[in-house]
Write a protein that binds this ligand. Structure first.
Ligand code: B3K
Ligand code: ZN
Length: 872
């Protein structure tokens, strides 16, 4: 497989003004008839008469005609990737008829049928598995789609836009025609057909358009759609208020399907969702699940402007729509819930998963210069780092200028397929700011490192902060230019009060341009404690020589909520790292009382948001500590973290009991921020209490498991009991849990992942047994994620077992999935790609498995790209 390059981009030689599709749905042979109104592109310099269409090799071509003239085999060339028609006029109608087999489509790209429902996934390049086409986002066309299918099996038949005609056909079949008035690229096309039921609601836009809202799901899931509907309406309102963006069709549909490679897809007017991102009910969904539904519903809805109305010119520009839309959805969730909690959650994900990606063999800039398979680039970097880059523009410009920039971007480019450069240019033009150097964020991979030092000169009452930046080399980029970095800071006096800074406020954004820069503050009478990178104002690693006393001081005094949490994290990391070293040198582990004392203060403070208390008390994850390590010592990290948890549990037992009891259980479940906060604090306390090993607390956990009136509390109790190593008790409640929920696939997924992520010894054998359980299905990505990915990514001690069994297991699964579903296979490789971070023995074992995958032959482009880059 060959790489393609951004520098080779050329405008399309042909355009498609109209796309008329007709689907005759039939299980193993579905007919797709396409009638395309085409013409030469006046903006193209390639004055070619040869029409090159993309089309997967599985398309069975039945007929092709140009202007009603059926072509003979000498007029066109069918090859593995498409169809080449040797001579076409300036303007013409191209008609093709192809046959496809949705039942054999296990890759879940293009048109597939699962659980008796037909559905499509076309982003990025799935449309070419449906018919021959110019399958690239800068070819935008008006679609009209007719679907014909058996009436009893497929009473509901949906596509983009509005239904305009329908009728009966022979043999118990029926048909419907949908028209989408907005020109769109093929990746936004969607079709769904099945025995689906729907809930309905209605929304009136600020401009007075009445929009019908329909959410479709299987009949048994109809009672789980209210939260998605409410979230949708909230998102529609928010986008009007915050971005001035209104919806632009008379109907907006969401469909829930159980077989889906990703979370959801923003097809115009017809979003298709993984059930895990749309179904929600207190009985079956955790708080995390509710928040995910709210966030993903909003994300896909926001794409209607950032993605659909203004789309990407080519797939190198993916972060144009994804980074911006993630930024929009996180601001939405922050506004509706707690901004600080949301920021902490986002930063946690970024610093564990994205930073690790940036330090690995697949590191790429948010505007990549090349790729082999675009499906591999739906990454943490494109999404989460992309969102951070947009956030930095927001920080540098301020909310008002940013809004003017986004207004200009949307109005200037409405209906166009554009680039990240167009986005940055609109921001510059609207604000008058120069973002030349800022553009380095788009072209350079790697996580910048800031080394901060300071000095205080009492005589001149001057405080100086010196910030040096650097960025490690990444594949293909040895040397990096300096970044333009917004560093938000505050200065605290010895009472813990914020000093007033030169901008007249207590937080100021310092703009770093040089590789080293000094910022001076005058009129300072005592050495302040700096609060650096408030709100995590840039996606960087920041080092400043804080003492443990500084950190406990910031934990209780910093006016920036994010940095209060950050101080606690830094304190914990500092202590954990010292103990890891002790462990590695065979020294006895001793935890002094400083961390516990700091936690005690936090637990006692009734004014604090309970969600933040829970976050402060949760130690940095093993994954985060790993990311911070030069050489990841899996066992040391696990042992030491467990040791610290146990010591804290013993030191603070009374406080944890008191907090647990103070967070009273509601009679009626509600997913509002305050209730979620109470539950998360309760469950953090419970998990510590279990570390004491006392029978009373096992009983408390079991009581919670049996009496909980919601999935959050029962799942948390299940997780805590199983992961604490109470094997007997764990088995009993795992069994009860399965019996109770075996009809709810999403709950069963939780059940699988609780077991797969269990750190107790010997879990791999159990995971292997679960692969033969009725609840598991290798063709369903949610099952693969819950069992295989949970084991490999959420269970470091078992996955990294020194006998290599975890690596071998993963490679075996990748070899199978490579054939069934390349996208899922390729994602699963990730933990193996990080081999350089481990000790030599593990490195060898991991490389061996990567090599075995390579040698298994017939690799998909997806798996080939990741494996070959990892071994390079
Ligand atoms: N745009 C889709 C992602 C599709 C990925 C296809 N491999 C979901 C989203 O980001 O909203
Ligand atoms: Zn998206």
């Amino acid at each position: 497989p060959e790489a393609i390059y951004l520098k080779d981009y050329q405008v399309p030689a042909f355009l498609i003004d109209h796309t008329e599709l007709r689907f005759e749905l039939e299980a193993s042979r579905t007919l797709v008839k396409a009638r395309l109104t085409m013409r030469c592109n006046p903006d193209s310099h390639q004055k070619t008469r040869v029409l090159e269409l993309q089309g997967d090799k599985a398309l069975r071509l039945c007929r092709v005609s140009v202007n009603d003239q059926v072509l003979n085999e000498q007029d066109y060339k069918r090859h593995d990737q498409g169809l080449e028609i040797s001579h076409v006029p300036d303007e013409f109608i191209l008609e093709t008829v192809v046959e496809i087999d949705p039942d054999q489509n296990t890759a879940l790209e293009g048109l597939y049928r699962s659980d008796g429902i037909y559905c499509t996934q076309c982003e990025a390049e799935g449309f070419r598995r449906i018919t021959f086409y110019l399958d690239r986002p800068d070819v935008m066309s008006i679609f009209s789609t007719t679907i014909e299918a058996d009436k009893t099996a497929y009473p509901v038949m949906l596509s983009n836009g509005n239904p305009v005609a329908q009728g009966e056909a022979d043999d118990g079949r029926h048909w419907i025609t949908w028209e989408d008035p907005h020109p769109k690229p093929a990746y936004l096309f969607a079709l769904v057909a099945g025995d689906l039921k729907r809930v309905e609601d209605q929304y009136t836009t600020s401009g007075g358009r009445d929009v019908a809202l329909h959410i479709y799901a299987a009949n048994k899931d109809l009672n789980k759609l209210d939260y998605a509907m409410q979230s949708l309406k909230n998102a529609m309102r928010w986008d009007e208020e915050v971005y001035g963006r209104e919806y632009d069709l008379d109907i907006f549909m969401i469909v829930a399907v159980d077989f889906f490679n990703m979370g959801a897809m923003e097809n115009k007017g017809l979003n298709v969702f993984n059930t895990s991102c749309v179904l929600a009910s207190p009985d079956t969904t955790t708080d995390l699940g509710f928040q995910r539904v709210e966030g993903v519903v909003a994300h896909e809805y926001f794409h209607n402007w950032s993605g659909n109305r203004v789309t990407c010119r080519d797939w190198f520009q993916l972060s144009l729509k994804e980074g911006f839309t993630v930024f929009r959805d996180s601001e939405f969730s922050a506004d509706l819930n707690s901004p600080t909690v949301k920021r902490v959650e986002d930063v946690t994900v970024l610093r564990t998963a994205q930073f690790a990606e940036d330090a690995g063999p697949m590191a790429h800039p948010i505007l990549p210069a090349s790729f082999i398979e675009i499906a591999n680039f739906y990454t943490m970097t494109i999404y989460e780092k992309g969102a951070e880059v947009v956030r930095m523009i927001h920080t540098l410009l301020g909310a008002d200028a940013f809004r003017q920039g986004s207004d200009l971007y949307f109005s200037r480019h409405d209906g166009q397929a554009v680039t990240t450069e167009d986005f940055v240019k609109a921001m510059e033009d609207a604000s008058g700011r120069d973002l030349t150097q800022f553009r380095n964020w788009y072209h350079q991979a790697g996580t910048p490192v800031l080394a901060v030092s300071d000095e205080f000169d009492a005589a001149s009452q001057t405080y100086r902060l010196t910030v040096a930046q650097s960025c490690p080399a990444t594949p293909g980029q040895a040397i990096k230019a300096a970044y333009h970095i917004p560093v938000a800071i505050g200065l605290l006096d010895s009472e813990g009060e914020d000093l007033v800074l030169p901008n007249g406020k207590t937080t100021q954004v310092l703009e770093l341009h040089d590789s080293e820069q000094t910022f001076e503050f005058t009129g300072i009478t005592e050495k302040p404690v700096p609060s650096l990178l408030r709100g995590f104002s840039a996606p960087v690693k920041l080092h400043y020589p804080y003492t443990r006393d500084n950190l406990t001081f910031l934990m209780s005094h910093d006016s920036d909520g994010f940095n209060r949490w950050e101080a606690a994290q830094k304190l914990a990391v500092n202590i954990l790292q010292a103990l890891i070293e002790d462990f590695q040198h065979g020294r006895e582990l001793v935890l002094d009382s400083q961390l516990g004392d700091a936690f005690k203060v936090v637990l006692a403070n009734v004014d604090l948001d309970k969600a933040m208390v829970a976050k402060v008390l949760s130690l940095p994850s093993e994954a985060y500590i790993s990311e911070l390590s030069d050489v990841i010592d899996v066992d040391a990290i696990h042992t030491v973290r467990q040791f610290v948890r146990q010591q804290l549990a013993l030191q603070l037992e009374a406080e944890f009991v008191a907090s647990y009891q103070a967070c009273t259980l509601e009679d009626i479940y509600s997913p509002d921020a305050a209730s979620i906060a109470r539950r998360s604090l309760r469950n953090v306390c419970l998990s510590y209490l279990m570390e004491t090993g006392k029978q009373d607390f096992l009983e408390l956990a079991l009581k919670q498991f049996h009496e909980a009136n919601n999935m959050t509390d029962s799942q948390a109790a299940l997780y805590i009991v199983v992961h604490s190593g109470y094997q007997k008790a764990g088995e009993v409640i795992l069994d009860q849990f399965y019996q109770r929920w075996s009809d709810e696939p999403l709950v069963v997924n939780q059940w699988l992942s609780v077991q797969a992520s269990n750190p107790q010894a010997g879990v791999l054998t159990h995971v292997e047994a679960l692969m033969n359980h009725e609840a598991f299905n290798m063709r369903n990505p949610n099952k693969v994620r819950s069992l295989i990915a949970s084991f490999c990514a959420q269970n470091p001690v078992n996955f990294h077992a020194i006998d290599g069994s975890g690596y071998r297991f993963l490679a075996d699964q990748i070899i199978v999935l490579n054939k069934l579903n390349p996208q899922i296979a390729s994602r699963l490789v990730t933990p193996l790609t990080r081999w350089k971070r481990y000790s030599a023995d593990r490195q060898g074992l991991m490389r061996k498995e990567l090599q075995r995958i390579t040698d298994s032959g017939d690799l998909s482009r997806d798996v080939f790209e990741v494996v070959s880059k990892s071994l390079a």
